[in-house]
Design a protein around this ligand. Structure first.
Ligand code: FES
Length: 128
C-alpha cells in the first residue's frame, strides 16, 4: 500500500487503464450511477457465442472507479456471460489487492455496469 492507502495495482491501473473507450453497436450496454457520489459508469460489451470478446468502459468517476473498471474489463474479457455475471464488487477489489474502506463504493460502479451490460445483451437476445 502507498501512503494514501492505495495498492500498487490500483495505482498501476489508474495510471494505465485498460479497455477505455466505446464500442459502437455494442451487443450489450450498461450505465449506472453511484448514489454515494453521483458519478457515472458505462460499459460496452461485444459477445460471440455467449463469450465476451471485447469490452470497453467510460467513466466520470474517480481514480478508484477508473482502476476498478479497468480491472473488471480484464476479468470479464474472454469469459462466458454467466461467469462474468458472477464477478462481484469484492472480487474486483480483491483482485486489486484491496481498496481503502472509504473507496469501496467506487467498485460498485464497475461490477454493476458490467452486470447491466450483460442483462442488456440477454434482453436483446431474448435469453432469460
Ligand atoms: Fe465516485 Fe469514486 S468517488 S466513483
Amino acid at each position: 500500500m502507498t501512503e494514501v492507502g492505495y495498492s500498487e495495482k490500483v495505482m498501476e491501473h489508474f495510471m494505465n487503464p485498460r479497455n477505455v473507450g466505446v464500442i459502437e453497436n455494442a451487443d450489450g450496454y450498461g450505465k449506472v450511477g453511484n448514489p454515494t457520489c453521483g458519478d457515472l459508469m458505462e460499459i460496452f460489451i461485444s459477445v460471440k457465442d455467449d463469450i465476451i470478446t471485447d469490452i470497453k468502459f467510460r467513466t466520470f468517476g474517480c481514480g478508484s472507479a477508473i482502476a476498478t473498471s479497468s480491472m473488471v474489463t480484464e476479468m470479464a474479457k474472454g469469459k462466458n456471460i454467466d461467469e462474468a455475471m458472477k464477478i462481484t464488487r469484492n472480487d474486483v477489489a480483491d483482485e486489486l489487492d484491496g481498496l481503502p474502506a472509504k473507496k469501496m463504493h467506487c467498485s460498485n460502479l464497475a461490477a454493476d455496469a458490467l452486470h447491466e451490460a450483460i442483462k442488456d445483451y440477454k434482453k436483446k437476445k431474448g435469453i432469460e
